[in-house]
Design a protein around this ligand. Sequence first.
Ligand code: PA5
Length: 400
Amino acid sequence: MKLNTDFVRGYSYITSDEEKKLERIQKSIEEKSSMLDWIDIDTCVSKEEKQEIKKVAKQLREKYQVFIVIGIGGSYLGSKAVIESLSPYFPKEEQREIIFAGYQLSSSYLKELLQYIEDKEVCLLVISKSGSTLEPAVSFDVLKNHLKAKYSNYQERIVVITDRDRGILRREAQEEGYLSFEVPKNIGGRYSVLSAVGLLPIALSGIDIDKLLKGASSMRDCFKEAKMFATIRDHLEYVGKNIEMITVYEEKLTSFAMWYQQLFAETQGKNHKGILPVVNLNTTNLHSVGQYLQDGTRNVFETVIKVKKSDELFLDKYKIDMHELNSLVQEQVAKAHLKGDTLSIVIEIDELSPFCLGQLIYFLEMSAAIGGYLLDVDPFDQPGVEEYKKLVNEKLEENK
Ligand code: PA5
């Protein structure tokens, strides 16, 4: 993994005052003072739990065709990001199907899903740290009733990942005897992809979780690069560039960009501060928002996720390999945008593999946390998300 700052002009520096602050930040991160267990892989997932995840995934893959992962925010974005980035565009027959639910409140989606699974062997994987989030609770209820009506032993088809001791979902898992895993206490949703929360769905899809974790571990000492990325973003925000296009040139990375968006938006968007991250798929969007990026209001920058190697496909007509062409366009766009004062930070990974994604995930988690501390906000809470929930709950109470 490489951070390329060629397209950010004079913003990639660290002043001595910033350096002092960053030293304090590093110290407090290393002390794991709060919600920081994700910084070491063995506190994300123990060796025993990892073995159990692999064993359970293997058993479930033998029994079921379709897995429905029910969760929202940090409880589903990470696994969706990894699974979609590493799966073929067009599914192969032997592949298990992973469907996500409970991340919105569309009645059509749920009704059509019920029809779709009617004659399929289905297993539900319900993920919620609190156990009480509305969207997954609604989907779980509907899908569980569907299983209940079909099977007397429906409990065998439900796996729960939630807090070890607290919450309604933990209670239900104990009463009903569902198979269950834990969301680690000191890891928040958006930092949980390398715990059971992300690892079980990823393993169910057939992806090698050992390689993913190995990639993440290899970045344990990435503070130096992560602090540079976080500081550049901080400088850009300071000069009014407070919209970040998370630009990908490979459609498979769109869900990864959505995970990134949540990670940074919920970590840093507080106290009227923070950059707004926006998912941007290229070259598709060069023919839509590209105009704005080149020539619109100058409050935007880009973070490009570049994949160095991909499938070879030589284009006889253009005398160039297609992936090289994609990279060539990416580089020329960065140059053109730079001329228009839209700067780009480029994060380059070698290839779309479990190892490289593990590296990227760890690097981004570390950068997001550092960026939160640089802004003097708590990187691990999300008080703004609670506000609408309160209003919805008040209305729902009126219905009872
Ligand atoms: O990052 C976070 O903490 C949030 O996005 C949560 O993951 C999200 O709100 C879902 O919460 P829960 O897992 O409690 O259902």
